[in-house]
Design a protein around this ligand. Structure first.
Ligand code: NDP
Length: 451
């Protein structure tokens, strides 16, 4: 990178850091975008003139609210609720809700900022937003989760709507929570609309939405492998997480002929050298989704496997790695271990799971690396398809949605190649995704004036 570009990036980041103190995750996400987009802006001065990037790092609106509720013992509990409406240049705000004790404004701003680029890449008309709460659904009864969701939605309902802001799920927000949130919205507004995505099949949900993020991540990785004339047949895969994204990444890997060796949760990872097959995966899905158990229990059911407490799976040799749990879950040392052990493709199912230093290791090794905003965009893309079906009051078949998802992932891949291909043929998917996502939003912002 030239010295003048570096100076521009440093000046921009100094300003962002001063304006957003105590927001490390947000600053990390902006830094990654700034490093690739600022050199591009310097060749396209219209974006500098309209101060597009400066405007894009400021959410259009941030809502923070109290969420009081009563637990089963009759005690009053208080959580904090958020919705960050980041950018609506290309459509209504769209992005998930996260319920997890680690939720802060910084985490939601990083997620909302990334969402703007991701949604742009999907080619669908969706702006970017994100929300959630520091509420921890783990260990709570269904009745407690319902009371929390009802209280959360009582405030959120003022700010969202099918043409304004359409939330979805994320960590800690699955089908159960979306159901309670939707029920309360409907009751308050007295209208049945597609205001949330990830809905149940009987009440406006789309087929393939639960599968979409995990499937899409693996479709994207398959596209990357195809650029090298390779596929998943006979390859091994290491996956972190055991939630929604991880489960369906495992399923698609199995379907494509890969052997999946690991899954994890916040307590550690399981390693099954015989491979997690469809039958074992069905057991895991029941454990996590119905019995709400811990991944550790896998080794009691399948004694050939081992549990590694407090550890992450990146030391296990594999051809492909899919971080599908949470942000900053793969550091430089672990990235080096993956590369040294022969990993050739890494596709992020989670948002920002690789630290900046880990990404540097991948870039240096010239392995195939896809950032989450490109590779995990299948989830929000299918949410966009759910919105279309709701508006049209129709329901597409499983095959139809899956085919659209596959085509969207191929399209995102080719946008990344367009903007990310180096002279030597190597594709920098981070640069490609950032610039491709930026251009559509930036051009729309210019069209719409200073708003
Ligand atoms: P889930 O809540 O279904 O699963 C999250 C998984 O990650 C669980 O296994 C959880 O373990 C683990 N995890 C969460 N926090 C931590 C932590 N701090 N350290 C280690 N493990 C952790 O969430 P999703 O599968 O929906 O989301 C996973 C990731 O994918 C997130 O980054 C999310 O933003 C991203 N994503 C999700 C999309 C979706 O459609 N759901 C769309 C695009 C991105 P435990 O049970 O122990 O907490």
């Amino acid at each position: 990178m030239s010295q003048s570009h570096q100076a521009q990036i440093d000046a921009f980041m100094a300003q962002v850091t001063a304006q957003n103190p105590h927001e490390p995750e947000f600053i990390q996400a902006v830094q990654e975008v700034a490093e690739t987009v600022i050199p591009f802006i310097s060749d396209h001065p219209q974006y500098a003139k309209h101060r597009i990037l400066e405007r894009m790092v400021e959410p259009e609106r941030t809502i923070i609210f109290r969420v009081p509720w009563t637990n089963d013992a009759g005690e009053v509990q208080i959580n904090r609720g958020y919705r960050v409406e980041f950018n609506s240049a290309i459509g209504p705000y769209k992005g998930g809700l996260r319920f997890h004790p680690t939720v802060t404004l910084s985490v939601l701003k990083f997620l909302g900022f990334e969402q703007v680029f991701k949604n742009s890449l999907t080619t669908l008309p969706m702006g970017g937003g994100k929300g959630g709460s520091d509420f921890n659904p783990k260990g709570k009864s269904d009745a407690e989760v319902m009371r929390f969701c009802q209280s959360f939605m009582t405030e959120l309902a003022r700010h969202i709507g099918p043409n304004t802001d359409v939330p979805a799920g994320d960590i800690g927000v699955g089908g159960r929570e979306i159901g309670y949130l939707f029920g309360q919205y409907k009751r308050l507004r007295n209208e049945f609309t597609g205001v949330l995505t990830g809905k149940g099949r009987n009440w406006g949900g789309s087929l393939i939405r639960p599968e979409a993020t995990g499937y899409g991540t693996v479709y994207f990785a398959a596209e990357m492998l195809a650029t090298k004339g390779q596929n998943f047949e006979g390859k091994s895969a290491v996956i972190s997480g055991s939630g929604n994204v991880a489960q369906y990444a495992v399923e698609k890997c199995i379907q494509m002929g890969a052997k999946v060796l690991t899954m994890s949760d916040s307590k550690g990872f399981i390693h099954d050298s015989a491979g997690i097959d469809q039958e074992k995966l069905a057991w895991i899905m029941d454990l996590k989704n119905n019995r709400r158990g811990r991944i550790q229990e896998y080794v009691n059911q399948f004694p050939g496997a081992t549990f590694h407490e407090g550890q992450r799976p990146w030391g296990i040799a594999c051809h492909a790695a899919f971080p599908c749990a949470t942000q900053n879950e793969l550091n430089a040392e672990e990235a080096q271990a993956l590369v040294s052990n022969g990993c050739i493709v890494i596709a992020e199912g989670a948002n920002m799971p690789s630290t900046p230093e880990a990404i540097e290791v991948f870039n240096h090794a010239k392995v195939l690396f896809a950032p989450g905003k490109a590779s995990n965009a299948g989830g929000v893309a299918t949410s966009g398809l759910e919105m279309s079906q709701n508006s049209l009051r129709i329901s597409w078949s499983r095959e139809e949605v899956d085919e659209r998802l596959l085509n969207i992932m191929k399209d995102i891949h080719s946008q990344c190649v367009t903007y990310g291909k180096d002279a030597n043929g190597h594709v920098d998917y981070v640069r490609g995704a950032n610039i491709a996502g930026f251009v559509k939003v930036a051009d729309s912002m210019i069209d719409q004036g200073v708003v």
